[in-house]
Design a protein around this ligand. Structure first.
Ligand code: ZN
Ligand code: ZN
Length: 341
């Protein structure tokens, strides 16, 4: 089989390997589609801290069950599946509390564990979720991101009738906007990019603000009748976002720190947290319980992800996919790499 191996930043080669064999409790999946996200781009360019090369990327992955190891009975060869990429130890205190996403030694499939930029992958059956057969496998890759979005909104607690600001309208931002609309919130989408705001309107966003995050505070306050928003979700991830987000909130508001930034936040004091009783709520990845509801949201059409895949490349051309992403990050929602299944 063919596998795309990133030997060092920007050095992605296609390598021939033998097809994996499922051990006890494992399944082998014939990979169909892998969506490439910002995490992959940061691994590709060498900006993701702590990554050990060589690495086989790919964590937003769908495919078809190829073969089963001993003791696996919950899935059958030929079924369409999506992979939960959060590989947890199952033994640490977080895992035992049911928070495998906070596992002390968790690895990401496609970073610490070899991922899906390959024709076949092998992994324990617990990380496999069955998809409805009619759902296109390319579109189904978006379910992984939706599961992380669902987890974050569960953490921050979006309710019917609340005002929710979503900062950034990339794939995750658009999914945040849609999910909050489905919950019955009034959604304000913020982005500098016109075509992404048009997508946000298609997701049902009630208001769009075409501005950089730090220039959008006044408009958010105006749209919320001067009160400020109940919830602000950061799906943009710059270090400057935090201050603006807190200025957008009403007293007692909640901030979801969804997007990750490795930059430090300068000039930020904790006084507004005290004065406005603002909550900052972190959210890491997804839990297995987020997967099936996210599958249903996309399979039912409640979350319509047509238009989210802005480019497609075959596995044999993976390097070109990353080159395009690096050149034009603002024009990409998701690039899908097709493993040829
Ligand atoms: Zn991702
Ligand atoms: Zn653990």
């Amino acid at each position: 089989m063919r596998t795309a191996v990133l030997h060092a930043p920007r050095k992605l080669d296609l390598v021939d390997r033998s097809k994996p064999v499922a051990g006890s409790g494992e399944v082998v999946v014939r990979t169909a589609a892998t969506a490439v996200c910002h995490t992959d781009l940061s691994i590709y360019v060498g900006e993701h801290p702590g990554v050990k090369y060589p690495v086989v990327m790919g964590h937003e992955s769908t495919g078809v069950i190829d073969s089963l190891g001993e003791g696996v009975s919950e899935v059958k060869p030929g079924q369409h599946v999506i992979i939960n990429p959060i590989i947890a130890c199952g033994r640490c205190d977080s895992c035992l509390r049911g928070a495998g996403n906070l596992c002390r030694v968790a690895g990401l499939f496609g970073r610490e564990v070899e991922g899906s930029l390959s024709q076949y992958v092998k992994l324990p059956s617990q990380y496999i979720h069955v998809l409805p057969p009619r759902l296109p496998l390319e579109q189904a890759t978006i379910i992984e991101t939706l599961a992380t979005v669902r987890h974050a909104q569960h953490r921050v607690g979006v309710s019917t009738g609340e005002s929710v600001v979503v900062l950034g309208q990339g794939t995750a931002g658009l999914l945040h906007a849609r999910l909050a609309v489905l919950t019955g919130a009034t959604v304000i989408a913020v982005s500098r990019t016109r075509w992404k705001l048009e997508m946000a309107e298609r997701m049902g966003a009630h208001h769009v603000v075409e501005r950089a995050v730090d220039k959008a505070v006044e408009e958010v306050r105006r749209l919320t009748g001067g009160k400020g928003a109940d919830v602000v979700i950061d799906a943009a991830g710059g270090a400057e976002t935090l201050r603006a987000a807190i200025d957008m909130l009403r007293p007692g508001g909640r901030f979801s720190a969804f997007a990750v930034s490795h930059e430090t936040v300068r000039g930020f004091s904790t006084f507004p947290l005290y004065f406005g009783e603002i909550s900052i709520i972190g959210s890491r990845a997804l839990t297995p319980q987020d997967m099936n509801p996210s599958i249903q949201l996309i399979a039912s059409g409640a979350v319509d992800v047509s238009g989210f895949i802005t480019a497609k490349y075959p596995l044999t051309d993976s390097a070109a996919a990353f080159e395009e992403y690096e050149r034009n990050p603002s024009r990409i929602l998701r690039i899908v790499i097709d493993s040829g299944s």
